[in-house]
Design a binder for this molecule. Sequence first.
Ligand SMILES: Cc1cc2nc3c(=O)[nH]c(=O)nc-3n(C[C@H](O)[C@H](O)[C@H](O)COP(=O)(O)O)c2cc1C
Length: 201
Amino acid sequence: MSRLPVVYVIYYSTFGHIEKLARAVIRGLEESGVQVKLFQVPETLPQEVLEKMGAPAKASDVPVITASQLTEADGFLFGVPTRFGTTPSQIKAFFDSCGQLWTSGALYGKFAGCFFSTSSQGSGQETTALSCVPFFVHHGINFVPIGYKSKNLVDNSDIHGGSPWGAGTITGADGKRTPSELELQVAHFQGSEFGNLLKKI
Ligand SMILES: Cc1cc2nc3c(=O)[nH]c(=O)nc-3n(C[C@H](O)[C@H](O)[C@H](O)COP(=O)(O)O)c2cc1C
């Protein structure tokens, strides 16, 4: 690649935890020197339902992505909050809107990773990441994990999300826990490592 790689960070967030991780991922990517844009996927729930769930307003500075925009980037990092151990329907609906890109092979050879959020430990972080992989595989997109290079992942002095699959946070049953400094550092690490990898390719 003779130009700077372009990375899109694309997330869904009902309550703001994934959005916070996404902004840390963006800072890491920026530090690596790649070109970055932040997007959210389209909401599928009616406003009335979101209000009943106590969801705050969506970030007004983050545009909503369309499938065709994926062709503009060399890599994607998806922010995915867990729903029943898997991806939320909003992310799935966005993936399902990429059928034409699949038939044309438009995303073949690109790179992707993901980061995630659950309310508790052992309740779906890895399975959520794993449930994104078939989408990547069918498009011929290379999945990029973070491994254990960040020693934060093996720091057991406090509970934290994240794993070799990607950065993660734990919200608590009431959703009041915000991403910890360690979790934000892993998100930053994921961004900078992903950016550095794309620059090498
Ligand atoms: C319908 C529904 C299903 C959920 N399923 C799970 C689950 O399987 N495991 C879990 O730990 N949290 C689960 N949660 C909690 C969400 O993962 C949590 O609200 C989310 O990670 C917060 O991210 P956000 O603030 O970016 O929306 C669920 C929440 C909803 C609304």
